[in-house]
Design a protein around this ligand. Sequence first.
Ligand SMILES: [Zn+2]
Length: 379
Amino acid sequence: MKRCTRCIMDETDPYIVFDENGVCNHCHDYDRKKNLVGYDALTSPQRHESILRMIKKHGRNKEYDCIIGVSGGVDSCFLLHHAVSNGLNVLAVHVDAGWNSDIAVKNIHKLCKSLNVELHTIVIDWPTIKELQRAYMFSGLPNLDIPQDHVFLAAMYDYALKNNVKYMLNGSNIATEGILPISWGYSNTDYRSIKDVFKKHRRKGNLKKYPHFGLLKYMYYLKKIERINLLNYINYSKKDAINTLQSMYGWEYYGGKHFESRFTKFFQSYYLPTKFNYDKRLAHLSSLIVGGELNRETALNMYLNDSPYDNISFIEDRDYILKKLDISLLEWEKIMGSPNKTENDYKNNKKILGFLQKINWIRKKIIKRKEKSINGETA
Ligand SMILES: [Zn+2]
């Protein structure tokens, strides 16, 4: 198995390619992305200040200036801390889709209490999301997190509109998440695909109580609400963020990225690597290497020697999840042994969504070019 000489990505990504020095395409993509939207000591501090000013100006005489979805994970918690510390009046929202770990709930409450921020919780109708998640389990698709991710986004957009908030701050960032192979997951914005999976694998019911958005509504959201990945404008470090959260708020670490959800932990740590041979730790650790937070040797050691599960907690999580989704052990074995599928095996809006994404990148390139020319003029 060939492995990148700069990060630790390997040929478990079927589309990986290496240059003459053995450096993979993800490293090169990361450099391009970082150049375009990542932190830059010369321009980012200024841009950060102007974004804060813009958000505060918009929020004048309003109850809130911006909305943040708090999952309990490192990035969203640090973002909330950062926004409030910088004087933003944040509408803090947690979307509960039924899989919060106990630590996540505690973390969110500790943080909001210390920051004196009122937490708004949106609870998703459990029988509906259960049936949809169950359908995904039988779909043969790799990304079982789509039902949760789509509903988080839809609920956040609806809540922002309802509360007249224009800016949605997001914890996604290049510094710690810059590498993720596209073949390992699929967009969570494709409701056509979600509907088709549901139709083919549900036992009963409909999606009326599932907050969602199709293409037209998505365009409407994009027009009305601006999403800003604020952590890209600061010199963000995961290690520092964890230290800050622990020392200031008594926040507890989960032992892995996205482990604040018990379902996501199981899906990432067992389902994906066992059924598809995709190990997201490779991408998470590689992101930290190229971001300069971890050296390659330490990361490789962590990847080869640490296991996210011991036998007991693996069985506990598996049985908990199967019971909650009405799946028997026999059905589970069938799921794990069934042929692997891709989004192309279901109806989808992949082409149109890809086109929208391209337009967004071109828009970002134009903004960056403008910023550079302004900076060149003032320098
Ligand atoms: Zn690489």
